[in-house]
Design a protein around this ligand. Sequence first.
Ligand SMILES: Nc1ncnc2c1ncn2[C@@H]1O[C@H](COP(=O)(O)OP(=O)(O)OP(=O)(O)O)[C@@H](O)[C@H]1O
Ligand SMILES: [Mg+2]
Length: 266
Amino acid sequence: MNQASCVRFLHQKELEHVLTKIDDIRALDEIARFAPPGWSFRPVTCNGTSVCLLKEAGVLKRTHSCGSEHIIMRPTVVDVAKHLKCEANQRRTSKRRVAQTMERWFHQEFVKGLRQFGEFRVFIVTAKDITATRGRKGKVIEVVHTLELADRELVVTVLSSCASFPGPTETHQGIHIQQVKHFAFYAFETLRSRSDWFTVFESLEVGARIDVGVTMSGDVAQPFINEVTRIYEADFFAEWLAQPGTYVSSAVSTALAEVFIAATDS
Ligand SMILES: Nc1ncnc2c1ncn2[C@@H]1O[C@H](COP(=O)(O)OP(=O)(O)OP(=O)(O)O)[C@@H](O)[C@H]1O
Ligand SMILES: [Mg+2]
């Protein structure tokens, strides 16, 4: 490979999109508006800077953060006043202070199901398909379930293709892994088909880990995306996979080579 064929992965714009979080959340809000019935739930997210969309504290989150480092599940009045600038807080916050820091706090509706039922980490990697978008199509290659316990220990389970999760009551149908997979695949391909795919979702040409939560609060379970974890930073939970636990990473490296090296060499 000569120098002219070097590409940057991720592009700066996509990296900024990921770090600010809220732009990804808005893209997910948009695709949920046009999603099939049952797939349109989104937690309300207020960017914390203008008129409040939430009217309650909810869960406080911060940009430029990962590993749950800046998540405040039960914010106090002091946390809200210190971090959020929407509505009443706006007047008390000096514009200078906002401008000085790149990190921003925002808040989101508390989703009970995310704590109670954990997250489904759906690994999607693309493969060649001449009939699909730009000649590639995502394929779900693994689903790992994670549940954070009260002491913050993470319980990790690799799910079989017939796993299902019961709902909170006897009449509630709960959710089946196939529903989670279909939903994640739909969201993945819809993000790839957006007009801004090249600037902010280009890494999905290789794959992504779609982190799916479920709300069981209505009569039926509704999946929603908590995060689109870019493949370069996704924990593959390798030690929990069938050993040697490298099939997710091999699929990713094959896709990376096909998308970037083949494209630049031709
Ligand atoms: N709106 C919410 N309602 C309830 N719980 C939430 C909410 N948002 C986040 N959480 C809890 O906090 C955890 C981490 O949230 P999130 O994935 O958004 O943050 P993160 O800093 O990107 O963390 P990570 O790197 O571990 O993914 C979730 O798995 C969930 O348990
Ligand atoms: Mg997360």
